[in-house]
Design a protein around this ligand. Structure first.
Ligand code: GLC
Ligand code: CA
Length: 604
């Protein structure tokens, strides 16, 4: 059994947890084939325990044709052979638990793989068949059905529809049909197969969207959750959680705005009341045909009942990209998800006013539903924050990754250190992405021929995609593979030579390293009752470009200062500096530096 986290009851561990994202393919390669695997993770569990995390979140570890790095799942109840086996996963879960580390796994419910048996049988079946009803198959528009059924586009670019090639036209390319082989493969002539339907995929053609109005889909995922809960998994990170429900008529998107106007954010910043969570004011004027539809909540209420039927607090964490904090909070109402990622915080520029606004809105929205906020700086989909924070424009946008824009990595690293102390001292849970603790930058010069992210091809080679944040970790030594795999093995993406200075081993020996800062901060975050408490934070008066707040009260209080301005500022009165992200010459807090202070004893 796991111990309770300090400062939180065992049943509330997730409210304050530090959760470390393992991108399996790039973490550590146990067998030397260049691809990270479960053996690699098992060997590094002591490193993670020493880092001071509470849980690991595994990106998809299931068998997959890898049309989207495992987010195209072919079998939800098994392990990708490149990564290991189910027996090995079970060992890993037990070993992690013995080190007091919980295990969260990704579940991908919006879409499956085109190689999944349900989908291959749907391709082989007729239009209107029961097999096709589990997905969104539709006839095309136009005289011969040659146009996609509606105007939706894929998140990775290109149409969100691929046509199943009719037998009569076998060999002829269809407009809008994708480059990959699945639909062609499924279009082998067969007597029962109706020609020419299209299927919906909000991501790649290898990721057909499930029809969540179909009872088989609901039953299947309920069973998948139980399968892994029965094997000791502590929770799920729910992929693309706001996309599952689709408009039953699959209406054109037309001019429907993407949900998440910034109105409530502005209201909160201005101190105005935000709209009620259940009231009509929080409903968008016209529901979007596939983002954040009200029907998704019924799914998560069912999942919550499943999670709650297990002992020891199993958790559900939503990947919900919604800039509207009030709509986001609806996923966190009692009886739904435990937590969601705070992408507003991740996307926010390194700017005191903007961060103050996001933090305030986050706390307010979570408070209203009794949920724990979370804080995250990077993940496997975004440009690493060391690189972001070194640029002129420090905000993150999925549509413009600013690849090739100059980045001052020394500046970015200084800010990343300060950002760690900011993130780890806010009330709630935190997410770390593997390599954050090493201060890794984005790798922006990967040779084009090595790029694997489907974003690259589907954007017509205009968006290099996410490979630059997925480069295998440097563990030790002076040259690639830097201990990621055995000597002589070749990592699936090349590691920069400069990473010899960023290996875990090199940083282990350097008290001023990012790794040591992360270890100390995570340890103090557990040990200091004011930080461990998970709630309670009060802004203190400060210059506009300094964030300053107090956690806790009385002799255990902690004051946090983050200087985002251009000039050193005096530290608030304190009896002790508990931790700071950089030197403080002259007793001042320099630009892009953060400190945790013990305020003076009351009455002095
Ligand atoms: C999520 C994942 C991303 C994936 C997408 C489709 O956003 O984080 O990596 O490409 O869903 O599954
Ligand atoms: Ca391997």
């Amino acid at each position: 059994m796991l111990d309770s986290g300090q400062g939180a009851a065992a049943q509330d561990w997730w409210r304050t947890a530090a959760i470390y994202e393992v991108y399996v393919r790039s973490f550590a390669d146990g067998n030397g084939d260049g691809i990270g695997d479960l053996a690699g993770v098992r060997a590094r569990l002591p490193y993670l325990a020493e880092l001071g995390i509470d849980a690991i979140w595994f990106t998809p570890w299931y068998p997959s044709p890898m049309a989207d790095a495992g987010y195209d799942v072919a079998d939800y109840r098994a392990i990708e052979p490149l990564f290991g086996s189910l027996a090995e996963a079970e060992k890993l879960i037990a070993e992690a638990h013995a080190l007091n580390i919980r295990i969260i796994i990704d579940v991908v419910p919006n879409h499956g793989s085109d190689q999944q048996p349900w989908f291959t049988s749907a391709l082989a079946a007729a239009a209107g068949s029961a097999e096709r009803a589990r997905y969104h198959f539709r006839p095309g528009r136009g005289d011969r059905g040659e146009l996609p059924p509606n105007d939706w586009t894929s998140m990775f670019g290109g149409p969100a529809w691929t046509r199943v090639r009719p037998a009569a036209e076998h060999g002829a390319a269809e407009h809008g049909a994708a480059e990959h082989g699945a639909a062609e493969h499924g279009a082998e002539p067969g007597p029962a197969r109706a020609p020419g339907e299209w299927y919906l995929h909000l991501f790649t053609p290898g990721q057909p969207d499930f029809n969540w109005a179909h009872p088989d889909v609901r039953a299947e995922f309920a069973s998948v959750l139980r399968f892994w809960f029965d094997r000791g998994v502590d929770g799920f990170r729910i992929d693309s959680a706001a996309l599952l429900a689709k408009d039953p008529g699959l209406a054109d998107l037309g001019a429907t705005p993407t949900p998440g106007s910034s109105a409530p954010v502005e209201a909160a910043v201005a101190g105005l009341p935000a709209p009620a969570l259940d009231g009509p004011a929080s409903q968008p004027a016209a529901p979007h045909p596939f983002i954040d539809r009200d029907e998704v909540h019924g799914i998560y209420q069912e999942w919550r009942r499943i999670a709650d039927s297990y002992p020891a607090d199993r958790v559900l964490i939503g990947e919900v990209w919604l800039p509207d904090a009030q709509r986001l909070a609806r996923y966190l109402r009692p009886g739904e998800l435990h937590s969601v990622f705070n992408f507003d915080f991740l996307c926010c520029a390194w700017d005191a006013a903007a961060l103050r606004g996001v933090i305030g809105t986050t706390l307010d929205a979570h408070d209203r539903v009794g949920a724990a906020p979370t804080w995250v700086l990077s993940n496997h989909d975004v440009v690493r924050h060391v690189t972001r924070y070194g640029r002129a424009d420090t905000a993150f946008s999925m549509t413009d990754r600013q690849i090739g824009e100059p980045s001052d990595l020394a500046l970015g690293t200084r800010r990343a250190r300060a950002a760690a102390l900011l993130t780890f001292s806010l009330p709630g849970g935190v997410y770390l992405y593997q390599g954050d603790e090493l201060g890794l930058p984005e790798v922006e010069d990967l040779p084009e021929e090595l790029l694997q992210d489907p974003m690259w091809e589907r954007s017509g080679r205009t968006n290099r995609g996410r490979d630059g944040c997925r480069v295998p970790l440097p563990w030790s030594g002076d040259a690639a593979p830097f201990g990621y795999g055995p000597e002589g093995s070749v990592p699936w993406l090349p590691q920069p030579a400069e990473w010899k200075n960023l290996t875990a081993q090199a940083q282990q020996e350097d008290p001023g390293s990012m790794l040591q800062l992360y270890r100390t901060a995570l340890r103090l975050r557990r040990a200091l009752p004011a930080l461990a408490a998970g709630t309670g934070m009060a802004w203190l008066p400060s210059p506009p470009d300094v964030l300053c707040y107090q956690r806790g009260a009385g002799p255990e209080a902690v004051t946090v200062m983050v200087n985002l301005g251009g000039r050193p500022v005096p530290l608030r009165p304190h009896q002790e500096v508990l931790l700071s992200s950089g030197p403080r010459p002259g007793g001042l807090l320099p630009p892009d530096t953060a400190a945790w202070l013990r305020p003076p004893a009351p009455g002095r």
